[in-house]
Design a protein around this ligand. Structure first.
Ligand code: ARG
Ligand code: ZN
Length: 861
């Protein structure tokens, strides 16, 4: 029997808890299969709202006892927890429960990873630890006592400052006790506990007011040499937040712990950030430049949450973008400051188009602030995070940098210590700028990607841009109102000189025109500079104009975008009409590649082209049926054409961008490596893998080794490297993830399903580890031509594994269901195959709430 339909939670139903917590004391008696959690909590009525039954959340708890003011009470079990008769006055709650961390494979609540205890409580994991009002608007001070035996858990950590530590070696087994106190009131989702055999990489940081903070990164013994980079990133983040946002750290210690089994990237628990080990551990031999940059960004992201998320948190989970959109925006600013601003912007737009656009243009489309959900974990999405950050960026563009800084100061001053809403956030900007943001707020409530069109007119000496905006229907939203869209525009003359520096046009209506007077010759517009809004832009221009912008645009983003537009147009031509790659695109690109004044990282990005999945989305929007095989063939043809057209240039670019000396993960050498590796990948199409073979043998770091490995696999000559790579790295879990991924990524489309099936039979395919599962299944789903092969074999492989994983780890299963979100793009045969798999998943007995919600949404729209 299928379980009853999951309950839907609505934003409009929000009600406060009804009680206030004075303080929380928790004692943990750790045991792998029977941990005791004893809670002592002081509650008092919230007299502004006193009409509610006293309800505490709890899930899977073995109840031992519960007392109110010292008297045992009866629990009334209700959906998601308990209700208890309590006095309408302050009272003390004492409860004891037992939980089983070892059996917790969902990795939510208190669980074990490689013999180490750790927690993940966001969003609603704390209810798996003890009875508690597990909602972000209930904030309290926590004191935590951890008791364990010292042999297995010499290190025991929680939030805040360590108050006390004792180990009694006279006894056997030696018991130890650790007490932590967090002076800052916080919601339960920020609670954390870690205990295990860990070693620390330590440092200190002096804050702007002169306080010393002890910094530690805790890892498993053997990983100590992979912490230095993360520590530097942490110190840079702390300094940057002081300098740019005036935010100082507020505890005596700051701890990071690396955990191998983790559903997401990392978690900002107060003073005790817990990281997926893939997002913090790095050494030159084992991590690529991409890994280093991502680690730096995630460390910054979690650190920045201390103010945007922890000191000011969310009233309810519908407000998730309040902390996530803002914190992603802040970490993007940080990366732009540490590295290259245009390169970061292009990377972010690539990610937005790869992940957020398909989401917003398909069955899973939802507003940045959703209005309902069944399982909140399904809403940690590209829309909430990345589009949420774009919305902050637009707000900053509209009000200006100074007004943004003032508004943020007011936000921190007004809301410190509170659980807030998007309304609070918008009000801060309205109050500090005097601007009415009613229409702007639609960015939070309307889903879908707005489409902007630009038409040009030139008459007398007046140049006019006619803009329109519209937005296609999305689930639950048939009709949309016009939004405020900041369109950054610059004007160029025929020589490529700027005749009008970047100006922000505020598009607020469905159709609107903007005129520029006094132009004796017809100017050339460069529109949506810096990708000033998360929209799709349609411009009535030809390839000659795009080639001009590719050669001359003074805005680095739009210059890159012009090349992208040419590549896309060329590829669509090949797919739909069988035309050859556009020679003007190739020659324009060649000129640019030769230009040594341009940053190598930027030139490497120029060499890229739209992904197969992006092309499928564009074709679908244009009313074509996306044929994955034809799309794959066209992208291969274009890459071959590039290799041929740049044949004389590639060896020089490759040679000129080799980096000598000891490895540094900084932006400059990393940029060179990304250009030389991009050149290598094309060279391999000409020399059959000779240069790649050489690079593979001599590589002194993972960036070079992995690129050479990929080039060899791409050339069909990876067999030896597959064996050698495994042999070299079999003891390094994170590198073996790469070994799995690379073989999936470079499989021939027709072999993908069998390649994956073979890999899943490998002894190292530890499918309960989310990183390993994603390294194979996530990469398979991203292999466009192979996953969508007409046989449907890969669809079935993925569905089989999702069905197997769901009872073990619903969260990771549900996230991966998004692989099926684009099913309506394809032909009737593929749609039938996809639908059959989705229905097979949906029909499983006891399917989790998480996965049920995902497959239902995908099937319904
Ligand atoms: N707040 C974390 C971050 O953005 C993400 C944690 C999400 N976890 C979850 N189970 N939904 O850094
Ligand atoms: Zn976050």
């Amino acid at each position: 029997m299928k379980d009853a339909a999951p309950q839907t939670i609505y934003l409009k139903d929000y009600k406060p808890f009804g009680w206030i917590i004075d303080d929380v004391h928790l004692t943990f008696r750790l045991h792998p299969t029977a941990t005791r959690v004893i809670s002592r909590i002081r509650f008092r009525p919230d007299y502004e709202v006193h009409d509610r039954p006293f309800m505490l959340h709890g899930e899977g708890l073995k109840h031992i006892s519960a007392k109110v003011d010292g008297h045992e009470v009866t629990l009334n079990h209700v959906e998601g927890g308990i209700e208890v008769e309590v006095p309408h006055a302050p009272f003390n709650w004492e409860a004891e429960v037992e939980i089983n961390p070892q059996a917790n494979t969902a990795l939510e609540g208190l669980y074990m990873s490689n013999g180490m205890y750790c927690t993940q409580c966001e969003a609603e994991g704390f209810r798996k630890i003890t009875w508690y009002p597990d909602r972000p608007d209930v904030m309290a001070q926590f004191t935590v006592r951890i008791e364990s035996d010292a042999e297995h858990t010499p290190v025991m950590l929680s939030n805040g400052n360590g108050l006390y530590y004792e180990q009694d070696n006279a006894q056997s087994p030696a018991p130890n006790i650790s007490i932590y106190q967090d002076p800052w009131p916080k919601p339960a989702y920020l609670f954390a506990l870690v205990a295990g055999d860990l070693v620390a990489h330590e440092d200190t940081f002096k804050t702007m007011s002169g306080k010393d903070v002890r910094l530690s990164i805790y890892v498993r013994p053997g990983d100590e040499h992979k912490c230095a980079f993360g520590m530097e990133a942490l110190k840079k983040s702390m300094k940057w937040d002081e300098e740019v946002y005036g935010r100082e750290y507020d505890l005596d210690e700051f701890n990071i712990v690396a955990v191998d089994d983790f559903n997401m990237g990392a978690m900002e628990n107060k003073g005790l950030n817990i990281f997926n080990s893939s997002c913090v551990l790095a050494s030159p031999e084992t991590a690529t430049d991409g890994n280093f940059e991502r680690i730096e960004a995630i460390i910054a992201h979690e650190y920045f949450h201390n103010w945007t998320g922890n000191r000011i948190t969310c009233r309810d989970w519908f407000q998730l973008c309040l902390k996530e959109g803002l914190t992603v925006f802040r970490d993007a600013q940080f990366t732009a400051d540490m590295r290259s601003e245009p390169v970061k912007r292009i990377d972010d737009v690539l990610a937005l188009r790869a992940r957020q656009f398909p989401e917003d243009q398909g069955p899973l489309s939802h507003p940045v602030r959703p209005e309902s959900f069944q399982e909140i974990n399904n809403f940690y999405t590209a829309t909430v995070y990345e589009k949420g950050a774009e919305v902050i960026g637009m707000l900053k563009t509209l009000v200006g940098d100074d007004a943004y800084a003032k508004a943020l100061d007011l936000y921190f001053e007004r809301h410190d210590g509170q659980a807030c809403t998007i309304e609070d956030w918008i009000k801060v900007f309205e109050d500090s700028t005097g601007r009415d943001l009613t229409q702007f707020k639609l960015w939070y409530s309307q889903s879908g990607t707005p489409e902007v069109t630009v038409r040009e007119e030139y008459e007398g000496d007046t140049f006019t841009l006619h803009l329109t905006q519209s937005s296609a229907p999305t689930p639950g939203q048939d009709v949309k109102a016009p939004q405020v869209i900041p369109v950054a525009v610059g004007l160029l003359n025929d020589n490529g000189d700027e005749v009008l520096p970047t100006k922000i046009l505020e598009l607020t209506e469905a159709e609107q025109s903007f005129s520029f007077k006094g132009h004796a010759t017809r100017p050339i517009p460069s529109a949506l500079r810096g990708f000033s809004a998360p929209v799709t832009l349609t411009q009535d221009i030809d390839n000659a104009r795009r080639a001009f912008l590719l050669a001359h645009d003074t805005d680095p983003f739009n210059r890159w975008e012009a090349g992208r537009d040419l590549a896309r147009d060329s590829l669509i031509g090949t797919i739909v009409k069988g035309t050859a790659p556009n020679p003007d695109y190739l020659s324009g690109l060649k000129t640019l590649l030769r230009d040594d004044r341009l940053d190598p990282a930027y030139r490497a990005l120029m060499l890229g082209q739209p992904s197969q999945s992006e092309l499928a989305g564009i074709l679908h929007k244009q009313g074509h049926t996306a044929d994955p095989a034809a799309i794959h063939a066209a992208t291969e043809t274009l890459r071959d054409a590039k290799a041929k057209a740049f044949a004389d240039l590639l060896p020089d670019i490759y040679a000129a961008n080799q980096v000598a000396g000891p490895f540094s993960p900084d932006a400059e050498p990393a940029g060179k490596r990304s250009l030389s590796n991009a050149a290598l990948s094309l060279l391999t199409r000409l020399d059959g893998g000779e240069a790649a073979e050489k690079q593979y043998k001599s590589a002194g770091n993972m960036t070079l080794q992995l690129a050479a490995f990929g080039a060899l696999l791409d050339a069909g000559k990876g067999e030896n490297a597959v064996a050698a790579f495994y042999d070299q790295w079999k003891d390094d879990r994170l590198v073996i993830d790469k070994w799995f991924s690379m073989q999936v990524m470079f499989a021939n489309p027709e072999d993908l399903a069998t390649t994956v099936t073979t890999l899943t039979q490998h002894a190292d395919f530890d499918w309960k580890n989310p990183n390993r599962f994603r390294a194979v299944m996530g990469v398979m789903a991203a292999h466009h031509a192979g996953f969508n092969h007409e046989s449907g074999a890969a669809y079935k492989v993925l569905a089989d594994w999702l069905i197997k994983l769901d009872p073990v780890n619903p969260q990771t299963t549900a996230r991966m269901c998004s692989a099926f979100q684009t099913w309506k793009r394809y032909d009737a045969n593929r749609q039938a195959l996809l639908k059959a798999q989705l229905e097979r998943i949906a029909g499983q007995d006891g399917l989790s709430r998480d996965t049920t919600e995902m497959v239902t949404r995908i099937l319904e729209a």
